[in-house]
Design a protein around this ligand. Structure first.
Ligand SMILES: Cc1cc2nc3c(=O)[nH]c(=O)nc-3n(C[C@H](O)[C@H](O)[C@H](O)COP(=O)(O)OP(=O)(O)OC[C@H]3O[C@@H](n4cnc5c(N)ncnc54)[C@H](O)[C@@H]3O)c2cc1C
Length: 349
C-alpha cells in the first residue's frame, strides 16, 4: 500500500468513519485501518436510536438540530413514555418549548394513536427521532471516504507509533509502517487501558441487547420506543436494549442482563415475556467521566497524535456533529468546543 498520508485513522467505528469522510471531503489523503472488520466494535451492535430528547427531563441533546441536519434523512419518529408524573411534567414542558422536536401526547390519547405502547403518564412523540443500523451507517461513511480517494483496510491494527518533528511513523500489524502528518486514534474501548491514553481516565460501559421474535398476529410495525432502555422494530424481530453496566465479570452477554432487558421492555410494551430470544449480544461504549461529552484533540505534548472518543450512548448524533468537523479542528485547535477538549486527567488509582 501507499505509505504516505495526511491522516491515518486507527479504528473504523462511528468515530473513525465520520472523521474519515469529513477529512476526505476536505481533500486530505486518508488511510483508515481496523484491526478487525469495519464496524466490529460498539458500532456493529445493530439498530441504534437517534433520540433528540434523550435526558431524564426530555431536554434536547446538545446541538441536536445541527447533528440531525448533518445526518440529513427523513425521520420516522420515536416514542418516549414518561415513567412518572414528575417526568411527565418535564416532558410536557420540553415538548412545548421544542415543538419542532416533539409533541406531548396525554395519557388518554396514547391508546388510540399508539396502541402498542404502555404509557400511563403520557409520552412524547419525538418527530425527529428514528432508528438506524449502526454498521450500515458506519460502512456508508467509510465507502464515501473511499470514493473520495481514501484507502481503508480491515484486519490491520495500529500497533505503535513514533512522533517526529514533521510526521508520525505508524507501525502496523502486517509488518509495514506508514507515515502521516497525523494519527487519529478512534479505537473505542482500547483507549481505556492503552499506555498512551490511560491517563485520559476514560470510562467503559457495557451494554447488552436482545433480539426477540415477534409472535404471529402481534402489532404490525411499531415506532421505536425509548424509555428505560429501548424497543426497536426490525420486521420479524424486535431489538431491545440496552443495559448500562459499569462493572462486569465478563464482556459477553449474561443471564442477569437478559432478565433486566426483558423486564425493562415489559414496562413499555405487552407480550415481551412470551417472545423467544433469538439473539443476545453485548458491546462496550466509552464515556468521559465528569463531562459525559465526547473527547477530541491532540494528546498532551503529542501534537500529531489525536483522539476522538467518548461518544457514549449518543454515538450517531455525536459522530455526525463532531466527526464531520474534524478538518476544522485540525486547522484550528481552538474551534474544538471547550467541553470536548482532551484534558490531562488524574491517573486512575
Ligand atoms: C449495547 C449498545 C447500545 C447502543 N445504543 C446506541 C443507540 O441507541 N444510539 C446511539 O447513538 N448509540 C448507541 N450506542 C453507542 C454507540 O454504539 C457508540 O457510541 C459508538 O458506536 C462508538 O463508536 P467508536 O467508533 O468510538 O467505537 P467502536 O465502534 O467500538 O470502534 C472502535 C474500532 O476500533 C477498532 N480497533 C481497536 N483497536 C484498534 C487498533 N489498534 N488498530 C486498528 N483498529 C482498532 C475496533 O476493532 C473497532 O472497530 C450503543 C452502544 C452499545 C454497546
Amino acid at each position: 500500500m501507499n505509505t504516505n498520508f495526511d491522516t491515518i485513522i486507527a479504528g473504523a467505528g462511528l468515530a473513525g468513519a465520520s472523521a474519515a469522510m469529513a477529512l476526505a471531503k476536505s481533500g486530505q489523503r486518508v488511510c483508515i485501518l481496523d484491526r478487525s472488520e469495519f464496524a466490529s466494535g460498539a458500532s456493529g451492535s445493530g439498530l441504534a436510536l437517534v433520540s433528540p430528547m434523550m435526558s431524564r427531563k426530555g431536554r434536547p441533546v446538545w446541538k441536536v438540530r445541527e447533528a440531525l441536519d448533518r445526518l440529513g434523512r427523513t425521520d420516522t419518529g420515536l416514542l418516549r413514555p414518561a415513567s412518572s408524573l414528575d417526568q411527565a411534567t418535564y416532558f410536557k414542558e420540553s415538548s412545548l418549548q421544542n415543538p419542532d422536536l416533539g409533541t406531548w401526547i396525554e395519557p388518554a390519547k396514547v391508546g388510540t394513536r399508539f396502541p402498542y405502547v404502555k404509557a400511563p403518564f403520557g409520552l412524547v412523540h419525538v418527530h425527529r427521532g428514528y432508528a438506524v443500523d449502526l454498521a450500515t451507517l458506519t460502512k456508508s461513511w467509510i465507502q464515501e471516504s473511499v470514493e473520495l480517494g481514501s484507502v481503508a483496510f480491515c484486519h490491520v491494527a495500529v500497533q505503535s507509533w513514533v512522533e517526529n518533528q514533521d510526521c508520525v511513523r505508524v507501525l502496523l500489524s502486517n509488518g509495514q509502517s506508514a507515515i502521516a502528518e497525523r494519527l487519529l486514534l478512534a479505537t473505542g474501548p482500547d483507549l481505556v487501558n492503552h499506555p498512551e491514553t490511560q491517563h485520559l481516565n476514560l470510562h467503559p460501559i457495557k451494554g447488552q441487547r436482545l433480539r426477540l421474535k415477534k409472535p404471529e398476529g402481534w402489532f404490525g410495525s411499531i415506532l421505536p420506543i425509548s424509555g428505560a432502555g429501548f424497543v426497536m422494530d426490525e420486521g420479524q424481530t424486535l431489538s431491545i436494549g440496552a443495559t448500562f453496566e459499569h462493572d462486569w465479570q465478563t464482556e459477553g452477554p449474561t443471564e442477569e442482563g437478559k432478565i433486566e432487558l426483558l423486564n425493562q421492555a415489559a414496562e413499555m410494551i405487552d407480550g415481551i415475556h412470551d417472545m423467544d430470544v433469538v439473539e443476545h449480544v453485548s458491546g462496550i461504549r466509552v464515556t468521559v467521566p465528569g463531562t459525559r461529552m465526547p473527547m477530541i484533540g491532540p494528546l498532551p505534548n503529542c501534537p500529531r497524535i489525536w483522539v476522538f472518543t467518548g461518544l457514549g450512548s449518543k454515538g450517531v448524533l455525536m459522530a455526525s456533529l463532531l466527526g464531520m468537523k474534524i478538518p476544522d479542528f485540525f486547522n484550528n485547535f481552538k474551534s474544538i468546543p471547550m467541553n470536548c477538549r482532551v484534558a490531562m486527567r488524574t491517573p486512575k488509582a
